[in-house]
Design a protein around this ligand. Sequence first.
Ligand SMILES: Cc1cc2nc3c(=O)[nH]c(=O)nc-3n(C[C@H](O)[C@H](O)[C@H](O)COP(=O)(O)OP(=O)(O)OC[C@H]3O[C@@H](n4cnc5c(N)ncnc54)[C@H](O)[C@@H]3O)c2cc1C
Length: 370
Amino acid sequence: MNNLVARETEVVVIGAGQAGLSSAYHLRRAGYEPDRDFVVLDHSPRPGGAWQFRWPSLTYGKVHGMHALPGMELTGADGSRPSSSVIGGYFADYERAFDLRVHRPVDVRAVRDGQDGRYGQDGRLTVESSEGLWSARALINATGTWDRPFWPRYPGQETFRGRQLHTAHYPGPQEFAGQRVVVVGGGTSAVQHLLEISEVAAATTWVTRRPPVFREGPFDEEWGRAAVARVEERVRRGLPPQSVVSVTGLPMTEAMERARAAGVLAPRPMFDRVTPTGVEWADGGTADADIILWATGFRAAVDHLAPLKLREPGGGIRMEGTRAARDPRVHLVGYGPSASTIGANRAGRAAVREIHALLGSSQPPVPAAV
Ligand SMILES: Cc1cc2nc3c(=O)[nH]c(=O)nc-3n(C[C@H](O)[C@H](O)[C@H](O)COP(=O)(O)OP(=O)(O)OC[C@H]3O[C@@H](n4cnc5c(N)ncnc54)[C@H](O)[C@@H]3O)c2cc1C
C-alpha cells in the first residue's frame, strides 16, 4: 500500500445509502464538485444502500416512515412492489439527477490519520480501499449497520441440528412452510417475520429478552423526538447507540392486532440454551425447532475506522452532533440518533455545514446549481 499514490480530494463520503446520498447532495449544494472536491465510495453492487438487500416480501407498502431524500420526492410508487426495487430505483434516479457519481463497488478497509506517518501526509486522512487510496481533509462515514448483523451467543448454539439464520439473510416466508420456527428478538423485524411465517409454518415460538413494548396510538413527532433524544444522550456519553427504532416501541397495526388475537404474538422470555432439537428454558420447558431465526438487530459498521482510535472505554464513539469528539474531521451520519431516514437527511446537512466551516476559505465559494 505504501507506494500507491493517493488521489487527493477534500471530502470522502463512505456509503451511498440514505445518509451518504443526503450528505453528497448537501456537498453539491455547498459548491463541492463530485470527483474533484468529494468522492462517494460504496461497496454494494447497486444503488439503494441496505434497502437493496431487504427481503422481497418487505413491499414498499409495508415500509412505514421512509422519508424521501432531500430535493427529490419519491412519488407514485406501487406499494405492492418490493421495497428493494422501489427504493433502489429511486436512489439510482437520485444519483443521476444530482450527478453524485458514486464509485461502486469500492470497499473501504481502513481510514488512517496522515499523522500516523504511514503515508506522510500531515493533517489529512487516508482512506484505504479495494480501489486504492484517497487522501482527504474530512470524512463523512455513512456506512449504516446492515453489514454487521448482531448474533448473540447462547450455550449449545453450535449443537443445533436445524438451520439458523439472521434477519440479514431472511429470504421471505416460503422457506419456512411446514417448519417449526423459533423467532428471537423484540423489534419490528421480528414481528414482521412472525406475521409472515405464522401463515405457512407448522408452529412458531417468539422469544424476546425483554417483554416487547407495544405502542397504541399514532407515532407523533413528540414521541419521535423523545426517542431520538435518548439515543443522542447515549452517543454523547460515548456509549454504543441503540437503534432509534428499538426505543420507539412497536407501533400496533391491524395485522398485529389480528396476530395477537390468534396467539401468534405471544412472547416468551429468552431461553437459556439451544439444544440439538430446539431451545430450552431453565425451568425445563422446551420448544422443538427446525429453524431459529435471529432477528436480533445490527451494530454500527465502523470497524474500518479503528485506526483512528475514536472509541471510548464505553465501547461507542463519543459524538458532538454528527462530529466524532476525538477527531473534528470525522463525521458520522446515520449513526445513533440519525439512524433513520429522516435523521440521516438532517445529519447529512449538519455534517456538511460543519465540514464546510472546518475546511474554510479554500472551498469553492459559489454554491453549485443542483
Ligand atoms: C428491515 C429494516 C427496515 C427499516 N425500515 C425503516 C423505515 O421504514 N423508515 C426509516 O426511517 N428507517 C428504517 N430503517 C432504518 C433504515 O435502514 C435507516 O434509517 C437508513 O435507511 C439507513 O441508511 P444509511 O445510509 O445509514 O445506511 P445503509 O442504507 O445501510 O447504507 C450504508 C451504505 O454503506 C455501504 N458500506 C458499508 N460499509 C462500507 C465500507 N466499508 N466500504 C464501502 N461502503 C460501505 C453499504 O454498501 C451501504 O450501501 C429500517 C431498517 C431495517 C433493518
